[in-house]
Structure formats: C-alpha cells, structure tokens
Design a protein around this ligand. Sequence first.
Ligand SMILES: [Zn+2]
Length: 327
Amino acid sequence: MNWKCLKIATHFLLVILLFSSVQEIESSVDERGKEHTDNEDSHKHKHHHHKWDYSRKGQENWQHQHSDCGGEGQSPIKISTKHAVPAPFPALEMVGYHNPLLAPVTLTNNGHSVSLSAAKPNDEDEPIPYIFGGPLKGEYEMVGLHFHWGRRNNRGSEHIINSIRFAMELHIIHRNRKYKTLEEALNHRDGLSVLAFFFSAGERGNARLDVLIQSLPSVKNMNDKVTLDQPLPLAWMLPRDIDTFYSYRGSLTTPPCSEAVTWILFPHPLHVSFEQMDLFRKLSFGEEPMVDNFRHPQPISGRTIYIHRLVNGTRFHHHYHRVKKSE
Ligand SMILES: [Zn+2]
C-alpha cells in the first residue's frame, strides 16, 4: 500500500465516519421528534378525556368531546336591560338560606374552580336549602356552589351585564327535586337552576366571605379538600338587594354544557377587596395559577331574557300607577 492508497483509504474512512455521525444526529433528532409527538398525543388524549381548559383554543374544542357545548342554548351570555322582557313571575322564594349549611361543609379544588358542598342530610326532615317561585315550577334544592374569576379585576364573571364584566361570579347550583341525581337532572330542560351573583372588586372587603376565603390556602392544588371549621349560611354570601333578577334558559358553563339550566342572575354586585381576590388567584389549575376560569359569552340565538323587578314590595307598582293616572 503506497501513500496515495493510504490517503484515499483515510478519506474513505473519514467520509464514512462523518456520514455515520450525521446519521446518528439525524436519528436522534428523529427520536426526539417522535418522542415529542408521542408526548403531545398522550397529552391531547388526556386533555380530551379527562381535562378541558379555559384557553381560547381549549374552549373551541369543548364541543368536540361534549357536543352540547356547540348547542344553540348555551351559557353564559351578554345581558342588557333594554332588551330584557319584564316578567310576570311571582317572587322567588329562598328557603333555609339563613341556616348554616349541614356540616361537614367541604371546599374542593376540582382543577377548574373552588367548589363547596354541604353534607347530605340523613333523614328528609333535616334542612337543605331550596328555592321555588320566580320562573321555576317545583322546588330546587341546593347542590353546591363555586366561583369564576379573572387574572385581573376588570374580568372574571361569565355573564356580562350591561357591558360590565365583574371581577368574580358565584354560582349556586340547585337540582329539581323531581330528579333523584345530578346526572339524571342534566338530561332534562328543567333539571337545574343556578343562582348567579356578582362581585365588584375594590378597596372594601367582604368579611362574610372570610370563612370561605381563609380556607383557600388549604386547597391550593388540584384535588385538595378541606372541611370548613365554622358555620356558613348561604345568606351570608348574598347581596341585600335580591328583588331584581334576570332569568333565561341556558346551560352549564363547563363541559358537558348540558342545556338543563334555568338561570337566575342578580345584577346588584357584592363587594370583594383586591386582597381577597388575590387569595383566589393563588389557587392552582395544576401547573398554572387558577385565573380566568370563565367561559366566553355564547350566542343568544333568539332566547328571551326576562327581568323581574320588585318596587316597594309590589310588582310593577309604578307601572300600574302610571296606567291608572292616565286613564
Ligand atoms: Zn359556574
């Protein structure tokens, strides 16, 4: 073998080495690329079957796994007083709202919100808060409550009332007593009624929320649960003015988005301080702070929104007077 031969052989060897190392790099890129897609697939898989989220893209995807989410009778919606139809409803009656909820009252981080549920009574005589009247036929008993809030104080509520987005919205869920379980109620248009209350953030705090808010640090992470150690009557969380309310037929605002809800919304907001709001924002979805857990407004699609007003304790009192005077 002369020098020339050796040189050529070395070149060959180098080329082969180079080539194989390029292949190695490519194959490792391939591996990683593949691994990456696998990860994304399993992520998507999980996402679709166990988890949904509040990102804009995420919300658009709800209907792919839960077809009701793409329906025409969805919630929340934008409400404007000038388009609301005065309703001839009787007064809405709330029963047992001043009694402490039946202990143990459990606060849970369910990965989408913080939700509160009371114990189930052992015998039928024990009080469980319920509502009737207003737009409702029959009695609806309280099942639980939860909140929706924003990253900042200029958003958070799901319903938008006369162009106002409040910092937080409280939903108290009630099940029609004629249905035995929540699952059964979801299959019927008159299955549920949700009372919605709004919170306006400011300097002024709301001491009545403290029983609940002081337990928030104990439910920071998904699936955390804590038992409230003080009595909590629902009435503590309601505004003083509940004479005015809106009502319309809609849905759950989370998957499965069942169109089973008679909504009753009280537009006069409660107070909450900036500091109190920040304690909600310290909760976690799992990896990120639990904020902006509200659904975007849905098309009204011809639904009627009713407004109910009580003036001086008499329905349509002023209206009635005006009619009489002009006669
Ligand atoms: Zn809700």
